[in-house]
Design a binder for this molecule. Structure first.
Ligand code: TRH
Length: 363
């Protein structure tokens, strides 16, 4: 008999920024909306989820929102039952009482450790591996999102992406370029602003709050909005997650970071520039190169080289002026390729589908 696995518990500990909770919230919503699962999302920091989902009330220990039950995960939170599938996001460590309750459940629940996204090939070899608990009669499975069919794939909501694609089919009446900026404070934002200010046509730079806006303010001085030549610098308030997706779909070029906005920029099929989450000893640069190798797929065209060189210049060192100029010159070709890249990625099973199929086999 096929296991129903109706009840899913996702545990999310917010380390920093919005990526951990952004991924978990998106996954929870999709499992509920597209797979009919009853999903409980346990989050230790509701204040980080609230900007992505303004409808939630951070004072509540338990609430429902968009088909998902959201639980404030505290040391003292009561464990009333365990799910049939448990997702421990990014090795966040399940609470001991919850683990104990899992050992009392028959059949044993399916326990997944959802890993961070990487394009490195070792992730394909580790995807789906079992890790028996050292002392309890439980097995945890490593689940790797990724860019190939040998991984768990990427988060991609069928209904929502189809709707966004319809929205951008609307006539495009704007002049000049719309660019969104979401990055860490280590990006060469000042250099970029100087280059954009030299533009002979209009550019509207939409700047996310937090680190991106702080970097802009450091370079341009205090202000609410800035005008430099034909460049308008327009800060925006933190948007609900769906509205941020819309912004990426509407902009001509997106600067994105981390994990979730990076994936969304790829579905938007527009030229994008990714800043990877910086790690100690520059470990992130290996991951960046792994992605760039997959993305460019051995092409040695001006467009492929321009996209790769700008990513390198944005993340570490390099001639940003040259890289930006080449990127702009190749923008139409990069846009065409990114549409193709998105449709190739969409041939892989998406992360939620992969999880549902994988877990059924692990009862
Ligand atoms: O916030 P991030 O830097 O998150 C990072 C990465 O996930 C990184 O891998 C992880 O190690 C670290 O967190 C802890 O970037 P990311 O992944 O793009 O997540 C941002 C989320 O915020 C994403 O879901 C999009 C969302 N967002 C909005 O909903 N509205 C907004 O206005 C903006 C700017 C972002």
């Amino acid at each position: 008999m096929v296991a129903m696995q109706l009840h899913w518990d996702i545990f999310c500990r917010v380390v920093d920024n919005y990526g951990d909770v952004g991924v978990c919230w998106r996954l929870a919503r999709q499992l509920a909306a597209e797979h009919g699962k009853r999903v409980r999302l346990w989050v230790d920091d509701l204040n980080s989820l609230q900007p992505l989902c303004p409808a939630i009330d951070v004072s509540l220990a338990r609430q429902a929102c968009l088909g998902v039950e959201i639980l404030h995960w505290t040391e003292t939170a009561a464990i009333d039952r365990v799910g049939e599938v448990i997702i421990e996001a990014f090795a966040c460590e399940l609470p001991a009482p919850y683990l104990a309750a899992m050992t009392q459940t028959a059949p044993r629940p399916c326990w997944i450790n959802l890993e961070y996204l990487t394009a490195e090939s070792w992730a394909e070899g580790c995807h789906g591996l079992a890790s028996p608990h050292p002392s309890l009669p439980l097995v945890k499975y490593f689940f790797f999102p990724g860019f190939s069919a040998a991984t768990g794939g990427l988060l991609r909501e069928k209904y929502w992406l189809a709707r966004l694609a319809e929205e951008v089919v609307l006539p495009d009446l704007h002049n000049g370029l719309d660019i969104s900026l979401f990055c860490y404070d280590t990006a060469p934002v000042g250099n970029l602003l100087d280059l954009l200010a030299e533009s002979s046509s209009e550019i509207r730079l939409h700047v996310a709050p937090g680190k991106p806006l702080a970097a802009v303010t450091t370079h341009l001085g205090p202000g609410v909005q800035w005008q430099r030549g034909k460049l308008s610098v327009l800060p925006f308030d933190f948007l609900p997650q769906d509205d941020y997706d819309r912004l990426l779909w509407r902009c001509d070029i997106n600067f994105v970071r981390g994990e979730d906005s990076f994936v969304r920029a790829q579905w938007a099929g527009k030229p994008f520039v990714w800043q990877i989450y910086p790690q100690e000893e520059a470990a992130h640069l290996v991951k960046l190169e792994a992605f760039l190798a997959r993305y460019s797929g051995g092409r040695n065209t001006p467009a492929a080289n321009a996209a790769v060189n700008l990513a390198r210049a944005w993340n570490s060192e390099g001639d940003l002026r040259q890289a930006w100029g080449d990127f702009l010159a190749a923008r139409p070709e990069i846009a065409t390729y990114n549409q193709l890249w998105a449709s190739r990625l969409a041939e892989n099973r998406n992360l939620a589908e992969s999880l549902v199929k994988f877990c059924v086999t692990k009862v």
